[in-house]
Design a protein around this ligand. Structure first.
Ligand code: GLC
Length: 626
């Protein structure tokens, strides 16, 4: 399986947020599972400065973006079994920051266009391009646009990961042709149009072969208006190809037993070092050195969706509890000012650093006892996983990835790995903080067992990488992993647990009908429902779920899965896209000649080709790699 992972940031090269952590860890984890993986990033100034000497210059070419004709250099670096590509254009990327410029739309328009046009220069022709957030959302759109004229682009499947739906890449309508070089048809049929603007995220959600959120709960939440920032209807419409894959963390980088960034190392079997780290943190932050008072910590961007209003509301009640409070982060001024002011009221018991400081964050993860994350929404959240790894027990609101990673403490059966509350309510939050603080103070043994359960959680990337490989397998029609006969039973039970495959499998289920029929009678009914109309998949989902394990097994039997997978779910979108793109082609080439008739002929021809092309296209796509 050949995967090209397209991202606007990745650790260790460039980072502003969680996307970089994911993009730094997932590709190597995919490679470890046996996939061929390359990552493509912009060549920012900081990449050139820090990694310039290690980069190999591959070649350069010119990329057309609307009327622009710009230089694009290609650099590469081999690391962790992955080829990391960097696309160079100094005008767009040789700047101190990654984002926040007035021409961000043009910069990432160029980046996405360059990814597609530079494909012949990469080491392989990808089977899947995995895009992330709005910055690479144009890739599936460009592939469809170019695919009408160039067969080879049609062989590539796309998947889009939504890390945060709040940032959608919205630009004025005039950018469609002038900036992104797309035909009006893309707006006319609504694919890329939202509330009168160009909306890149919406376009990618409709055009990608699969979409996923960074946790199963967030995938569900995206269908609700409270979370989806006006894209809920689109998400519901695309439910048939939507899944949730929980992020992981780098378990080697975040390991209290070996981490060189913390004062003393420790492990789940010997927690002595954690006490040393706690004392060090108290000294560092000017807190009283009280070993038996629990430290509650917050490491967060200080922005409203992190649920900080709840803390502001009951801070004084919190400080009446026998606890200390540490806050690290920067962001909105109102929170910065409030926390700064509050810390002065509780000298020695509350400390605040309005900063982004990796070293201090590690001292907090290792030295604190409880980690507070009352987010209003949280697509996945990585810090609660890091905190758990360091034995700092999380207190979270049940939303997104927080709900999927933290199971509430249950005293009666000594279970759970943290504390949770459901409603966005400060009194509910205060209630569980109180519960946590008193468990620490009054029942140290129970708290210690809880802490150890949190530390033992497996948040490694291997699990998520397998889920992504299943998604790739579903959209390409390739079996993955190749199932050995004696392992069939085992594989089936694993697949059953995997939410991601469920919706993806739906279109394939139809092809696999004869096999499904035999094994799971329910699937017989499921297939026609899915076939009838993709949007109805909402109701069909539970039924199709039953069919999943069998579909996975059946996959190798299906002889020509590629055209089938492409044709069914994308039928409508593809039709639309072709129509519109053919219109553009027609316009570009011979605007005078009976446009409608010609477009219709071309459309049928292109369609026939898509249907027939499966294996042929596959052969063709290998060529550029040579
Ligand atoms: C975004 C989300 C965060 C998630 C990260 C990585 O930053 O806000 O919750 O963990 O992406 O997917």
């Amino acid at each position: 399986m050949k995967i090209l992972y397209a991202t606007s940031e990745a650790v260790p090269f460039c980072k502003t947020g969680g996307l970089a952590d994911v993009a730094g860890s997932l590709p190597p984890a995919l490679a470890e599972q046996g996939a061929e993986v390359a990552v493509v990033l912009p060549m920012y100034q900081r990449v050139k400065e820090r990694f310039g000497s290690q980069l190999k210059f591959e070649c350069y070419d010119f990329v057309d973006l609307a009327w622009r004709h710009s230089y694009c250099g290609l650099f590469s670096l081999e690391k962790d079994g992955v080829t990391w590509y960097f696309l160079d254009n100094e005008q767009y990327f040789n700047r101190p920051d990654l984002y926040g410029y007035i021409d961000d739309g043009e910069r990432f328009g160029f980046f996405s266009r360059a990814i597609v046009r530079m494909l012949p220069h990469f080491q392989f022709w990808p089977e899947v391009i995995h895009c992330n957030d709005w910055q690479t959302a144009l890739v599936p759109i460009y592939l469809k646009d170019d695919g009408v004229r160039e067969d080879r682009f049609r062989s590539i499947k796309t998947t889009l990961t939504i890390h945060n739906i709040e940032y959608q890449g919205r630009f004025g309508m005039q950018t469609l042709g002038d900036l992104f070089g797309l035909d009006q048809g893309w707006a006319a049929d609504g694919t890329i149009l939202m509330d009168g603007d160009v909306n890149l995220m919406k376009g990618a959600i409709l055009c990608a072969d699969a979409i996923n959120a960074v946790s199963p709960t967030y995938a569900n939440e995206l269908k609700m208006s409270y979370f989806a920032h006006r894209l809920e209807n689109i998400m519901r419409r695309c439910e048939y190809k939507l899944s949730g894959v929980l992020n992981g963390i780098d378990m080697k980088l975040y390991d209290p037993a070996t981490d060189q960034r913390i004062t003393a190392n420790y492990s789940v079997d010997d927690l002595e070092g954690k006490n040393v780290d706690k004392a060090a943190l108290q000294r560092m932050m000017g807190l009283r050195e009280e070993p038996h008072v629990p430290i509650v910590a917050i490491v967060s961007r200080l922005v409203s969706h992190k649920g900080l209003d709840l803390i502001c509301e009951v801070l004084h009640d919190m400080m009446e509890l026998p606890m200390q409070l540490v806050i690290l982060g920067k962001g909105d001024r109102k929170y910065e000012e409030f926390f700064h002011w509050a810390a002065q009221q509780y000298h020695g018991r509350m400390a605040v650093r309005l900063d982004y400081n990796e070293e201090l964050s590690m001292a907090i993860y290792s030295g604190a006892d409880l980690f507070l994350m009352p987010s209003k929404s949280e697509p996945c959240g990585l810090s609660q996983m890091i905190a758990m790894r360091y034995g700092t027990v999380p207190i979270v609101r049940e939303t997104g990835g927080l709900k999927d990673t933290v199971q509430p403490y249950e005293a009666w059966r000594d279970a759970g790995n943290g504390f949770t509350f459901a409603n966005y309510s400060s009194s509910d939050m205060l209630h569980v903080i109180r519960e946590a603080v008193y468990l620490y103070k009054d029942y140290p043994d129970a708290f210690s067992r809880l802490r150890k359960r949190a530390m033992k959680c497996d948040f490694s990337w291997a699990r998520s990488a397998k889920d992504y490989l299943r998604i790739y397998a579903n959209i390409t029609g390739q079996p993955w992993p190749s199932v050995e006969p004696e392992k069939v039973e085992e594989a089936a039970s694993v697949v059953e647990e995997a939410t991601p495959v469920v919706e993806e499998a739906a279109p394939v289920a139809e092809e696999a009908a004869p096999v499904v029929e035999e094994a799971v009678p329910v699937a017989e009914e499921a297939a026609p429902v899915v076939e009838e109309a993709a949007p109805v998949a909402e109701e069909a989902a539970p039924v199709v779920e039953e069919a999943v394990p069998v579909v996975e097994e059946a996959a190798p039997v299906v002889e020509e899965p590629v055209p089938a997978a492409e044709e069914k779910p994308m039928k409508k979108a593809a039709k639309k896209t072709e129509k519109k793109s053919v219109k553009k082609a027609k316009k570009d080439e011979k605007p005078a000649e009976k446009p409608e008739k010609k477009a219709a002929v071309k459309k049928t021809a292109a369609k026939k080709e898509t249907k027939k092309k499966g294996p042929a296209a596959k052969e063709k796509k290998e060529k550029p790699a040579e």
